[in-house]
Design a protein around this ligand. Structure first.
Ligand SMILES: [Mg+2]
Length: 351
């Protein structure tokens, strides 16, 4: 049992079924686009993000059983655009066979993830899993709003809080985070994400600040732009606070390249835009890197695929500690029904 295509091959096998088995299943493939407006724009170094667009995929087998998957592109992280994903889905036949699944180009990683997930969701008969909040980091808004909003999350069991930095002046942001740390109970930890928005001097200032707040900062994420990898590598040796790469490793090729260049810090894995989850599982099995499975603001359908992936990875190495998932993003959307795990209902809503 296992992967049929060699790792790195653009063609994808979706099923853990021996190739010698001769019967072929036929599946009805459908997809529906969705749009979700954020409660407030997500403000990062990349700019303001107002509307999340993606596609929900549905696969139904001969016996009427259905599975769901999601395509959630993030073009400014190097994935295909929503339009390219839509175009691809429109060109897929309505009947898919597990013996003749489409060959996906590496330029469509979000589609690759979505299609592989929808097959796996159906074949493994996966049911929604409710992840304890303690295992899930939560993204706070910036500034004063974070001071007003962390407390309910703490009461709900969240212990990891993520904050975006690198948007304003270093001194202002440090003042804000000093205030936040002053309020947060011991046991809470911060993940700081600069989205590559710092220069080396600012990165050093932040790492000094993080080291001074030792034990309360889980890591600093992507302090410098991807082109400054050598500097990040040097900083990672010089400071105590762990550094995580995110933008640097947004694609499968980048992930592998940084691994082989010797990155031994943390890897933020935006699995929804990294192509085949099966390929990622095989990589992890061979190289158990220190990783955080992270959201790109998917609906509950995509979230469940990420939770399942995280569980699969954790079960590969049950004895090593696993970091909280970066999935606490649903509160950034209004109550639009996309965060609930009643997928047939969600599907109907999109009709
Ligand atoms: Mg990030």
């Amino acid at each position: 049992m296992g992967l049929k295509a060699p790792i790195g091959s653009p063609s994808v096998r979706y099923l853990d079924r021996p190739a010698s088995e001769s019967f072929t299943m036929s599946y009805r493939f459908e997809f529906r686009p969705y749009q979700r407006r954020f409660r407030q724009p997500v403000r990062t170094h990349h700019g303001d993000w107002q509307v999340r667009q993606g596609l929900i995929l549905k696969l139904t087998d001969d016996e009427g059983r259905s599975g769901f998957g999601e395509v959630a592109p993030l073009p400014w992280f190097g994935s295909e655009t929503f339009e390219q994903a839509l175009d691809f889905c429109q060109q897929l036949p309505q009947q898919l066979s597990d013996q003749a699944v489409p060959s996906l180009l590496p330029t469509l990683p979000a589609c690759q993830f979505g299609l592989e997930s929808v097959f796996s969701n159906l074949e493994r008969n996966l049911r929604p899993i409710d992840l304890p909040n303690a295992q899930c980091g939560v993204l706070l808004p910036r500034g004063q709003q974070s001071l007003e909003q962390w407390s309910p999350y703490w009461k709900q069991g969240h212990r990891i809080f993520k904050c975006k930095i690198g948007v304003g002046q270093v001194a202002d942001e440090m003042e804000w985070l000093d205030q936040l740390l002053g309020q947060l109970p011991f046991g809470a930890k911060l993940r700081l994400d600069a989205n590559g928005g710092l220069n080396e001097l600012a990165a050093r200032q932040w790492l000094d600040w993080c080291d001074r707040n030792d034990q309360r900062i889980e890591f600093l994420e992507q302090p410098l732009p991807p082109r400054d990898f050598d500097t990040v590598m040097r900083l990672s040796y010089r400071y105590h606070t762990p550094i995580a790469l995110d933008e640097s490793i947004a694609s499968w090729e980048q992930l592998k390249a940084h691994f082989h260049r010797g990155w031994d810090g943390i890897y933020i894995i935006k699995a929804s835009i990294m192509g085949s989850p099966q390929r990622l599982r095989h990589f992890y099995h061979k190289y158990p890197i220190d990783l955080v499975i992270s959201s790109v603001f998917e609906t509950a359908v995509g979230h469940q695929a990420l939770i399942q992936l995280a569980i699969d990875l954790a079960m590969t190495y049950p004895d090593i500690p696993h970091r909280a998932l970066g999935l606490g993003t649903q509160q950034w959307f209004p109550d639009d029904g996309f965060s609930q795990t009643d997928w047939p209902l969600l599907w109907q809503r999109l009709a």
